[in-house]
Structure formats: structure tokens, C-alpha cells
Ligand binder design. Structure first.
Ligand code: HEC
Ligand code: HEC
Ligand code: HEC
Ligand code: HEC
Ligand code: HEC
Ligand code: HEC
Ligand code: HEC
Length: 312
């Protein structure tokens, strides 16, 4: 009896593994969870060869075979000449986004198989057009915002790159970069401006309703702000701000901008400067007052002492 339990206990972890992942996943992981370190691909990109089996199993995709996405890695172990059937639409998309893929453009395109809506929206976004039409390597693809596809968890979990607590940082990976801001004429320090705004300050304090980047710009379908389809285009801005500020007027919605204070935006600039001056003035007055008072007290004491000495 005792022996039976020991044997059963030994089988439990193996059975669990077999349940959550098939034999195919198991063989890929036999190498990829054991191998450590980074390698250079033929395309000269540096990639991490390790896949953490536990984290993979716990991710939203943990139940899938690796080849669900890595369709060209059918032969196992894989050869450098890739084999495997790739559906035509995925192959075509893979060709268009290959400049963003470090290791396997087919895997990156394979998301469309199950997330067609997200992919369709992305293709029409400023990020998608940058990669597909502009043929640039700068626009965000799925993995830029969601992190490694092997470890994606639902957005309500703190480990998710798109969790409310992480989203500003995730967009900031690129929108804090001076080179990207310059290349696309986006205005610098977007995230800093946000952090300084009423909204950013409330967000940092943990206000549950303070808007983040995606409340105003959307996420898969982000558009240039002057595109009439953008939620922050002038035509749509009252509606967008109105989600939280009932009856927002045209004048009210002009209050939000990422433009740096200065020539473009002089009123808050001078207002802030004046406030700082006023504050410094008050401070100087208080400090001056304290010093003068202390001084007069010392003077009185000294005089008193001198008088007493004189009397003696
Ligand atoms: C026998 C060990 C072994 C097995 C099994 C194995 N791999 Fe690999 N894999 C490697 C090695 C070594 C590399 C790095 C060098 C290379 O590209 O061949 C690699 C690289 C990769 C890469 C990076 C792209 C590239 O061209 O370097 C992907 C993606 C990949 N493997 C996916 C898979 C998938 C999916 C499976 C299961 C179907 C699998 N591997 C099974 C050893 C293995
Ligand atoms: C949901 C789709 C999906 C699944 C499932 C998946 N991968 Fe990946 N994998 C990708 C994508 C997308 C990339 C990044 C491709 C790129 O940037 O070129 C990638 C990259 C890789 C790489 C290159 C290093 C890296 O992390 O960028 C390896 C190795 C790899 N996968 C192995 C595996 C193994 C082993 C499994 C199964 C345990 C697996 N993948 C399951 C989508 C997937
Ligand atoms: C074979 C189908 C399949 C493929 C291919 C696939 N996914 Fe998923 N994905 C799922 C399922 C199933 C879920 C969890 C159920 C759901 O959508 O609510 C999920 C969930 C997600 C989530 C949502 C997490 C959340 O907040 O709820 C993201 C993000 C995601 N996948 C991104 C990707 C990316 C990126 C790729 C391509 C690298 C990809 N998926 C490929 C099936 C797939
Ligand atoms: C610019 C950043 C960005 C890019 C690029 C991006 N996503 Fe997302 N995605 C998000 C954010 C943010 C959320 C969560 C939105 C929320 O909080 O409701 C999300 C949510 C999701 C979800 C959960 C369901 C949903 O709609 O809420 C899936 C699935 C998903 N993304 C798949 C993808 C796929 C596939 C791609 C590539 C075509 C992709 N995403 C590209 C930012 C991005
Ligand atoms: C309260 C709404 C709101 C929030 C929150 C918000 N934005 Fe904006 N964003 C706007 C508006 C309105 C514009 C229109 C141009 C302007 O006045 O700066 C804009 C413009 C932009 C631009 C283009 C700037 C230019 O000069 O062309 C980028 C890039 C941008 N936002 C990114 C972000 C990022 C990243 C975040 C999160 C840190 C964010 N936004 C948060 C409303 C918002
Ligand atoms: C991988 C880098 C990257 C990430 C991550 C990223 N972006 Fe972008 N974003 C860009 C680039 C590059 C452009 C300019 C593309 C162009 O004009 O061709 C852009 C453009 C934009 C614009 C249009 C600005 C304008 O009005 O011209 C907005 C708005 C924007 N991004 C918001 C976001 C938001 C919100 C997130 C996070 C959910 C995000 N971005 C994440 C790279 C990124
Ligand atoms: C997701 C909800 C949300 C959206 C969308 C939103 N705001 Fe706000 N806004 C807030 C919250 C929360 C505060 C802080 C209110 C407080 O603490 O009283 C705030 C504060 C403000 C303030 C400071 C003065 C005041 O009324 O409290 C201004 C101005 C403002 N928002 C303008 C805008 C503009 C313009 C837009 C559209 C571009 C916008 N907001 C979009 C939630 C939002």
C-alpha cells in the first residue's frame, strides 16, 4: 500500500506536465529549458535561447504546442533549413513584419490565427503602418507591448506589461526615447509631461480613474493625433475627455497637451514661473523675518549685558 502511494506520488508531476503540454512541447523544452545564454542568429540579432518551462506553463499560451506559433520548426530538433507548412496569409504577413522579428517572423505573424481583431486593428494603426508601409523598425509590434509571448499573463496580473500599473512604462520604452521623438517629430519628453500633468500626478498616487496613455489614445488602433480617427483629434476630443469629465467644452479639452511649456504653451509656463517666484518670495520673507528676530534678540541681550557690566 505504502509503495503504491510512493509510485503514485512520483507520477503526479509527470502527469500534470503531460496534461498541460503535449509531447511536442516536451521535446522542444527538453533542449530549450536546459540551454542557457544568448546566441546570435543568422540575422545578427542577439536572442535568449532559454524558455522557462514553469513560466511558460503558467502563461495564457501554456497549453499550446510550441509549433502552434513556430510553424517552421516542425522537424525536431530543427535544422537550419526550415520546414513545415505555413498557411498563406500567415506567410504573407510574416514577410511584411520580418524586419521586427529577431528569430522567427512566422511565429510573430501566427498571433493573427487566434487574435485576428487585434492584428487587423494594429495593421491600421500608426505603429503597424510604420512597420508595414513605412518599412521602419521602430513601430511597436505585439511583443513590444506584451513582452515575450512565452510569458504573457492576463492584464489584471501585475506581471503583465499592459497591467494598469505598467502601461505608462511600456509605452515609455519608446516614447521616452529622444531619437524616436526626433525622427518622427513627436515632441520630446512625452512621458515627463504626462507625469507632471494633473492626470499623471493622480495616476502616480494610485487614483483608480486617472487616465493613462491608452484611455486617451487607445492601444491596438493608436492613430496620429491629427488623424480624424484618433480619439484625441479635435473632432473627437470632447467625447474622449467627456468619458470622465461630463459636459467637457471645447475650451476645456484644449487644456491637455504634451507640448512642453514654453513658446507653444506660454500661459501655464509663466503661471508656473510666477508661482515659483511667489513661493520663493514668501519663503525668503519668513527666513528673513526669523533671522532679523534672532538678531534683534541677540542684540538686546548683548546690550543688556553691556549695561549690566557698565553698572558694575
Ligand atoms: C536538440 C535540441 C533542440 C531541440 C529539441 C529544439 N531546439 Fe530550438 N534551438 C536549439 C539550438 C541549439 C538553437 C540555437 C541554434 C540554432 O538556431 O540552431 C535553437 C534555436 C531555436 C530558435 C531560435 C531561432 C533560430 O533560428 O535560432 C527557435 C525559435 C527554436 N529553437 C524553437 C524550437 C522549437 C519550436 C522546438 C520544438 C519543435 C525546438 N526549438 C526544439 C536546440 C533545440
Ligand atoms: C503564442 C505563440 C508562441 C508560442 C506558443 C511559442 N512561441 Fe517561441 N516565440 C514566439 C515569438 C512571437 C517569438 C519572437 C519571434 C521574433 O522576435 O523573431 C518567439 C521566440 C522564441 C525563441 C527565440 C528567443 C526568444 O525568446 O525570442 C525561442 C528559442 C522560442 N521562441 C522557443 C519556443 C519554445 C521552446 C516554445 C514552446 C515551449 C515556444 N517558443 C512557444 C511565439 C511563440
Ligand atoms: C492558437 C491560438 C493562439 C495564438 C496563435 C496566440 N494566442 Fe494569445 N491567446 C490565446 C488564448 C486562448 C488566450 C487566452 C484566452 C482569452 O483570449 O481570453 C490568449 C490570450 C492572449 C493575450 C491576453 C492576455 C489578457 O490580458 O487577457 C494576449 C496579450 C495574447 N494572447 C497575445 C498573443 C500574441 C502576441 C500572440 C502571437 C505571438 C498570440 N497571442 C498568439 C490564443 C492564442
Ligand atoms: C501599442 C501597444 C500594443 C501593441 C503593439 C499590441 N497590443 Fe495588445 N494590448 C495592449 C494593451 C494596452 C492591452 C490591454 C488593454 C486594456 O487594458 O484593456 C492589450 C490587450 C490585448 C489582448 C487582450 C484582449 C483585449 O483586447 O483587451 C490581446 C489578445 C492582445 N492585446 C493581443 C495583441 C496582439 C496579437 C498584438 C499584435 C498584433 C498586440 N496585442 C499588439 C497594447 C498593445
Ligand atoms: C488625457 C489624455 C491623454 C493622455 C492620458 C495621454 N495623452 Fe498623448 N496626447 C493627448 C492629446 C490631446 C494629444 C494631441 C497633441 C498635443 O496637444 O500634445 C496627444 C499627443 C500625443 C503624441 C503626439 C505628440 C506630438 O507632438 O505629435 C504622442 C506620441 C502621445 N500623445 C503619447 C502619449 C503617451 C505615451 C502617453 C502616456 C504616457 C499619453 N500620450 C497620454 C492626450 C493624452
Ligand atoms: C517599440 C516602440 C513603441 C512603443 C512600445 C509604443 N510606441 Fe507609439 N509610436 C512609436 C513610433 C516609432 C511612432 C511614430 C510612427 C510614425 O509616425 O511612423 C509612434 C507613434 C505613436 C502615436 C502617434 C503620435 C502622433 O500623433 O503622431 C501615439 C499617440 C502613440 N505612438 C502612442 C503609444 C501608446 C499609447 C503606446 C503604449 C500603449 C505606444 N505608443 C507604444 C513607437 C512605439
Ligand atoms: C479616464 C478618465 C479621464 C479622462 C479620459 C480624462 N480625464 Fe481629466 N481628470 C481625470 C481625473 C480622475 C482627474 C482628477 C480629478 C480630481 O481629482 O478631482 C482629472 C483632472 C483633470 C483636470 C484638472 C482640473 C479638474 O477638473 O479637476 C483637467 C483640466 C482635465 N482633467 C482635463 C482633461 C482633458 C482635456 C481630457 C481629454 C483630453 C481629460 N481630462 C481626460 C480623469 C480623466
Amino acid at each position: 500500500m505504502k509503495r503504491f502511494f510512493i509510485i503514485a506520488a512520483l507520477w503526479v508531476p509527470l502527469l500534470c506536465f503531460a496534461n498541460s503540454a503535449s509531447a511536442e512541447t516536451f521535446t522542444c523544452l527538453a533542449c530549450h529549458s536546459a540551454m542557457q545564454g544568448k546566441i546570435r542568429t543568422e540575422g545578427n540579432a542577439l536572442i535568449d535561447i532559454n524558455v522557462d518551462a514553469d513560466r511558460y506553463a503558467k502563461s495564457v499560451h501554456g497549453g499550446f504546442d510550441c509549433v502552434t506559433c513556430h510553424k517552421q520548426f516542425q522537424s525536431n530538433p530543427h535544422e537550419s533549413a526550415r520546414s513545415g507548412d505555413v498557411p498563406k496569409d500567415i506567410a504573407a504577413l510574416a514577410g511584411k513584419i520580418s524586419r521586427k522579428a529577431k528569430a522567427d517572423p512566422v511565429a510573430l505573424a501566427a498571433c493573427m490565427q487566434c487574435h485576428g481583431d487585434a492584428y487587423a486593428a494594429w495593421q491600421e494603426s500608426v505603429h503597424g503602418k510604420n512597420v508595414m508601409n513605412g518599412k521602419q523598425p521602430d513601430g511597436a509590434v505585439c511583443t513590444d507591448c506584451h513582452g515575450s509571448p512565452h510569458y504573457i499573463v492576463t492584464k489584471d496580473k501585475i506581471a503583465s506589461h499592459v497591467n494598469r500599473k505598467n502601461i505608462v512604462k511600456t509605452c515609455g520604452e519608446c516614447h521616452e526615447r529622444e531619437d524616436i521623438a526626433k525622427r518622427y517629430n513627436l515632441g520630446t519628453q512625452i512621458v515627463e509631461r504626462y507625469d507632471e500633468s494633473f492626470h499623471g500626478k493622480k495616476y502616480i498616487l494610485g487614483h483608480p480613474n486617472a487616465p493613462t496613455c491608452i484611455s486617451c489614445h487607445g492601444f491596438h488602433d493608436v492613430k496620429k493625433w491629427d488623424d480624424p480617427k484618433s480619439p484625441v483629434a479635435w473632432e473627437n476630443r470632447q467625447g474622449t475627455c467627456g468619458k470622465c469629465h461630463q459636459g467637457a467644452t471645447r475650451k476645456f479639452v484644449a487644456a491637455i497637451t504634451h507640448k512642453p511649456y514654453g513658446k507653444d504653451n506660454p500661459v501655464p509656463y509663466y503661471f508656473e514661473k510666477a508661482l515659483i517666484l511667489l513661493l520663493l518670495g514668501v519663503f525668503a520673507f519668513i527666513v528673513g523675518h526669523v533671522i532679523l528676530e534672532a538678531f534683534s534678540e541677540i542684540r538686546d541681550k548683548v546690550l543688556k549685558k553691556e549695561k549690566e557690566e557698565h553698572h558694575e
